[in-house]
Every structure is written in structure tokens, then in C-alpha cells.
Design a protein around this ligand. Structure first.
Ligand code: MN
Length: 278
């Protein structure tokens, strides 16, 4: 693709002599027909060439998946706006892995996932298909961004798409450290009411899960994890805290989940293997 704008100079296109635009993989966890996916893909075309590879169905709250025990199919399709896309029966993180493994021919410079219709905050991040798709990109040493909002029919996805594009531009210009992703949460507010970007840490989600027990027609019990949607503690400097005040939350996450502070304390355990004395 030839383009006059060149957010990141990758290679000279032999055909036109101009620099090639960057190539962005867009995916989501809500499935190929989700309007948030189309809004994100359309916005990111301002920044580069976009390839969409997204799951056929909703994989929300399915975590970081690698499908190894069944084949994966990929089909060409089109989004509601007519733009071409690829879809698969794999998970969001499978989409990213398959793209890097060769399902998508052109090399990928950035992965952007979303726009999820619900925020991904605090402990949500390891449940989230949106965030784990971005984490999969980080495993491949490519910048990954997850974009979520709280969908409101009057506001739509335009503010989250625009702010996701603005962050993606920054990442294109500056890059991200290895094994780092950006988790972006946009308030459910019109663009003019959003105060700006705040760099945040993960806050505390409060899950309100309840076990719902039912019986099937044979009288056998089955269970749902039900209850109210999660709330959270709106602490200063956290994702939950800044969203409550109409800021965009940008949390840099790292794949290294090691608790370095506890590592130090845990040395006091002086762990030793106990062996039976013969
Ligand atoms: Mn979702």
C-alpha cells in the first residue's frame, strides 16, 4: 500500500517508491459482527493498512487461549461496512498467533484489540479476551493495545475509536518496551466531555458473582456463575478511579507477573527439600 503519510518507515515499496504505511492487525473478543470492531478498524485506517482477523463468535471473558486440540478454520468475509476481513473459529489470542504464524502474509507492526463494549479493569485483564489478544502480540514482541469502553447507544463507539487511534499513533512513533501492552479504557462520554489521558495502575475490581443452581428436565442440577456486574474501588491513580472522573485510563501492563516484593520476603522461608532418611 502506498501512502503519503508514513507514521513509521518500514520499507520502500518497490512498486511506487514511497514508504509503506504500517500494517495493523485488528481483532476483538466479541466476534466479527461486533460494531466496536468495525469502528476500531475504520479509525485505524488513518494510521496504516488494516487487516481484520477476528473470531466468529463471542469469546468475552475466555482468557488467554491457545487452541491445540482441534483444527482452526479461517474464512474470508466482510464487515458490515463492506471492508474485507478474516474470521476464524479460534479465540482472540489464536487470531493473533495465527496471523503471526502466516495466515496473514504481510508482516504486522501493531495489534489493536477491541473496541470491547465493557471496561476491562483491575483483575479483569486475565479474564479478558480483548486484553489477552494484545498480550499475545507482546509474546510475539509486537506492540499490542486493548481498547474498551462502556457502550452507550447515544455515544456509540466514535470517542473510543478516536482515542484508540490517538494512542496507537503514539505507540507507532515511540514503540513499547518488550512484553508490555497498553490497556486503554475510555469513559462512556462524548469526546468533548472527556478530560484527557491518565496513565494508571490496575485497580481493585469487586466481583459480585453468585452461584445460580437450576435443574435440567431430567432433574439433574446445573450451575451458572451469575450475579450483578462487577463494581470496583475508585482509588486515586487507578484505572477505576480515573474513569469515574471522565479520564481515559491507560494502563501499561507487563506479561511478567512475578511478585518481586514477595520474592524477597519469601527467601525467609528458607525452603529445603525434606528427604526420608533411610
Ligand atoms: Mn468482549
Amino acid at each position: 500500500m502506498c501512502a503519503d503519510f508514513a507514521p513509521r518507515c518500514l520499507s520502500q515499496s518497490p512498486r511506487c517508491g514511497k514508504v509503506q504505511a504500517m500494517h495493523i492487525l485488528v481483532t476483538n473478543d466479541d466476534g466479527i459482527v461486533a460494531p466496536g470492531l468495525q469502528a476500531l478498524a475504520a479509525a485505524l485506517r488513518e494510521l496504516g493498512e488494516v487487516t481484520v482477523l477476528a473470531p466468529e463468535r463471542n469469546w468475552s471473558v475466555s482468557g488467554h487461549v491457545k487452541t491445540l486440540h482441534r483444527p482452526l478454520r479461517v474464512h474470508a468475509t466482510a464487515l458490515a461496512d463492506g471492508s474485507p476481513a478474516l474470521t476464524t473459529d479460534g479465540a482472540p489470542s489464536d487470531c493473533v498467533a495465527m496471523a503471526f504464524l502466516g495466515v496473514v502474509e504481510r508482516s504486522i507492526d501493531m495489534v489493536v484489540s477491541g473496541i470491547n463494549p465493557h471496561h476491562n479493569l483491575g483483575h479483569d485483564v486475565t479474564y479478558s479476551g480483548t486484553v489477552t489478544a494484545a498480550m499475545e502480540a507482546a509474546i510475539w514482541r509486537i506492540p499490542g493495545i486493548a481498547v474498551s469502553t462502556e457502550y452507550d447507544a447515544e455515544i456509540g463507539y466514535a470517542p473510543a475509536a478516536e482515542l484508540g487511534l490517538q494512542l496507537a499513533r503514539q505507540v507507532a512513533a515511540r514503540g513499547l518496551p518488550p512484553y508490555t501492552v497498553l490497556n486503554i479504557n475510555v469513559p462512556a462520554a462524548p469526546l468533548e466531555q472527556i478530560k484527557g489521558f491518565k496513565i494508571t495502575r490496575q485497580g481493585m475490581r469487586v466481583y459480585q458473582d453468585e452461584l445460580v443452581r437450576r435443574e435440567d428436565p431430567q432433574g439433574e442440577p446445573y450451575f451458572w456463575i451469575g450475579g450483578d456486574p462487577p463494581s470496583g474501588i475508585a482509588e486515586n491513580g487507578t484505572d477505576i478511579g480515573v474513569l469515574a472522573e471522565n479520564w481515559v485510563s491507560v494502563t501499561p501492563l507487563q506479561l511478567d507477573l512475578t511478585s518481586y516484593s514477595f520474592m524477597e520476603k519469601m527467601r525467609e522461608w528458607e525452603l529445603e527439600v525434606t528427604r526420608d532418611s533411610g
